[in-house]
Design a protein around this ligand. Sequence first.
Ligand code: ZN
Ligand code: ZN
Length: 630
Amino acid sequence: MRFYPLQPQDCRQLKLLMNNPSQHQLLPHSLDDMPSNTIWLIPEKLVPLGFSSTPANSPFQTHFNQPQANAWPEIHLDFKPGKGTTIYCPRPNSNHSINQELKQYLNHRQLLLDELPFPLEEIHQHACHGYLTYEPGLMTKNGRPHCRRCGNHDPNLFASYHCYRCKQECTYCRSCIMMGKITSCSPLVRWLPNKREKRTAASPFTHPSQRHHQSNSELHSNPNHQSNSELIPNRKPDPKCDPSPRHTLAWTGTLSYFQQKASDKLYATINDFLHGKNERNTFLVWAVCGSGKTEMLFHGIESALNAGLHVLIATPRTDVVLELEPRLKAAFPNTKILPLYGGAEDRFGQGDLVISTTHQLLRFHNAFDLVIIDEVDAFPYTADQKLRYAVNKAKRDRSLTVFVTATPDGKMKWQAETGEILSVKVARRYHRHPLPVPRYKWVGQWKKKLAKATLPIPIFHWIQTHLTTQKQIFLFVPSVAVMHDVADILERTLQTTVGFVHSSDPDRREKVMAFRNGKTRVLVTTTILERGVTVKGVQVGVLGSEDRIFTESALVQISGRAGRSPDAPTGDVTFFHYGKTNEMVKAVRHIQEMNRLGDEELALESRKLREHNVKEQNNNPTGVARNLKK
Ligand SMILES: [Zn+2]
Ligand SMILES: [Zn+2]
């Protein structure tokens, strides 16, 4: 798309020259407050042909009769007020009748002009009347391109081509190309928030039906929310408290002691957020693999939804969206849940609860009050960075972000420890058994062996031992090349079914399914597979665990594949290495520390239970209070 950029003085001059009311529709309805450092953009396609026959010295000639219109103008855009050039947004014209369908379509979103199924005239009309604005898709920062949709600023992830729209060399972003090409000449369109039209959830955060009768203290004494020490396994929505909750939680399962603790703390954090109490807007749920993360979120999500908040669950993976959708739909039958992933049916729809992959999230802008980031795994790290950029763009200025992860990065751990962010640890799995602690096994120069088409003896031995007891085996390796070699060797030497899979394998799903239902006994793989690959009694090996790709968090996640099932809660995790690395040691310590914490909390839980029973028997609360203080 090409645009004519007009300075304020040009707009004024043109406005005087335009007699025909239809011509007025190219310019802002009001120029009264157009600052000098702003420009106005007129799409080339909308400029009437008649303008070219005007006198040579008129502004029409200057602006519309050039041999070439400008592509997206090369302007330095800095959205901080008073800096750089910005695009003028006139105040909304309340006399203009807006197209509700267009408004709905752009609700909380920032879309490419091409993604809008509305005529350009109509879109531009809404810009003229102060309801929407164009923003550049790519901009230049210190001479380097920067994608405003996905945050990419790696020069290697941009390319240029001869563009059919601006008819010149045009740069585009390769990083988010699967969302539709974003080029130097493609504007993003955003609906402008109407400052007079305040959201119901913006200040008093309770559901409209609750607002008049539910005070802060009442919320805290809400029977839906029992404190942990009362040892009540599950809360059920209480109809007395809110006569007409729009969103009801239909899930009736029981939370473990550990899940309950996290659930309570999340609920309290959301409550504080609703009442503007906590300045810290990040909450970390540090939960070990297999702890039942989703269920811990239910009560928090329910309260947020009923308070009118827009809730997002963001994840880097489509698999997770597909897995969460049916579970959340079953848990919240009255809630409009919108799953977003590449290939989803309704990618431009609206929902109270949105579950989205990183890329689909890039279409949102200033949309969510509660953002739950389900970091299934922290690697690859770039995927993680992208997700955070997308989340920052999609969340509201005042919002609460909840990270749910088994492996927070160093910075986040530090923030949690120093209290800079709020946090809770879930140190034990749902089935209450400790995490299997990895063992180290030195295997010498395994790469040399591999070159001779064989593997170190201890690996064969380890696999054989587990196969004889009917166990399945996950063998992680550092690269696709190693994966193929190892799978070949195992296929030749083992009397069993061997499969291999890597993250971009086109048959990944089928292969994982074959492993899950036991058809494949040994699966050689490069990266962490899907979450919820819960294969009963699976044993986990990492060949070449000294490789750089196996970071602490990767190794913790990999180890977390073992012992997930309540029927087989233990498992063997072995790091086959040629020299112990710091990351390996850190991973083992991480797991040991979580186990220690879990033991401690279980001891505390049983003590509390005993005290609770004593209290029941003696009905002597002062004695209990003294015991609790110890
Ligand atoms: Zn172009
Ligand atoms: Zn991009």
